[in-house]
Design a protein around this ligand. Sequence first.
Ligand SMILES: Nc1ncnc2c1ncn2[C@@H]1O[C@H](COP(=O)(O)OP(=O)(O)OP(=O)(O)O)[C@@H](O)[C@H]1O
Length: 349
Amino acid sequence: MAEPILEVSGLVKHYPLTTGILFRKQVGAVKAVDGVDFTLHRGETLGIVGESGCGKSTVARMLVHLERPTAGSIKYRGEDIGKLSGRALKTVRRNIQMVFQDPYTSLNPRMTVGDIIGEPFDIHPEVAPKGDRRRKVQELLDVVGLNPEYINRYPHQFSGGQRQRIGIARGLALRPEVIVADEPVSALDVSVQAQVINLMASLQGEFDLSYVFIAHDLSIVRHISDRVGVMYLGRIVEIGRDAEIYDHPTHPYTQALLSAVPVPDPEAREHRERIILTGDVPSPTNIPSGCRFRTRCWKARERCALEVPPLAVPAEFRFAPGPAAHDSACHFAEEKQVVPPDEHTDGMP
Ligand SMILES: Nc1ncnc2c1ncn2[C@@H]1O[C@H](COP(=O)(O)OP(=O)(O)OP(=O)(O)O)[C@@H](O)[C@H]1O
């Protein structure tokens, strides 16, 4: 069993809501991330899925230390990165790199590809001394399938897929152990998405990488992930091996998400039950008490409104890719049978 490389525990990010200009007064908070737990093992890909606004990118930004958590901890190889500073923090940051969602805006249009990929070496010159940089950048271009002769070109001279390859090369420059990829293919044409995903999969073995792969497309996440965590309104509601989650989802939210994935086979499509979620996601400034999915859940009962603890991931699931750990808050998570929405009317909003 591979060792844990990242351990995330009780992670919270609340953005204060304020009024006034001169005398700012806090009137509430956007609860973007509200108690997230997971472990990433060495060499593993953990997919994180969930609809827009559920907090995926906020988790990603905290993992690479672009934002500080309001509460909770992120441990890298057993060390709480929130407690590190100076050289120790710099070393950890070198080892956890990010690939951003939009290759059109995440590359500086005024910089050449050579400067973009080589920029991390300015902060970590020990990885590539000045005289060696050009060769290192050309090697990285080659690794991501781009012609090393393109080193003096500018981002606008590349297609979307090629730009994302440049973003990946930049992420690899410091030879990190973990790459946090925040929707790395969602801005690309479908035809190019598979090429970038396959590139990431092959680089994983070559560079001994562990990935946190964030996306809202469940088919893509399944293709690349060993385990999958499903996020809803700032929390992971279900986490487990990809086959467990996709073939036997236990949480009603996961069941609904999966029922919306397009099925190419018309016969399989006919036998498939589609769960249509009613209502909107509650505002992250005003999260309902009890199960936060309750307002849209077709199984919801009165007891779902009672205050319940957040997802309790049993210790054995944190450190082993075991069966799915489900949201202890869900009274129906054990039920494997999906009940058609029209048979469930009581307790519905
Ligand atoms: N700096 C910020 N200040 C206030 N609220 C924020 C800030 N950043 C994010 N949020 C809010 O936090 C919530 C989670 O945002 P986040 O970007 O993490 O979601 P997401 O799941 O990544 O969505 P998407 O898939 O659309 O990128 C949203 O309601 C968002 O509006």
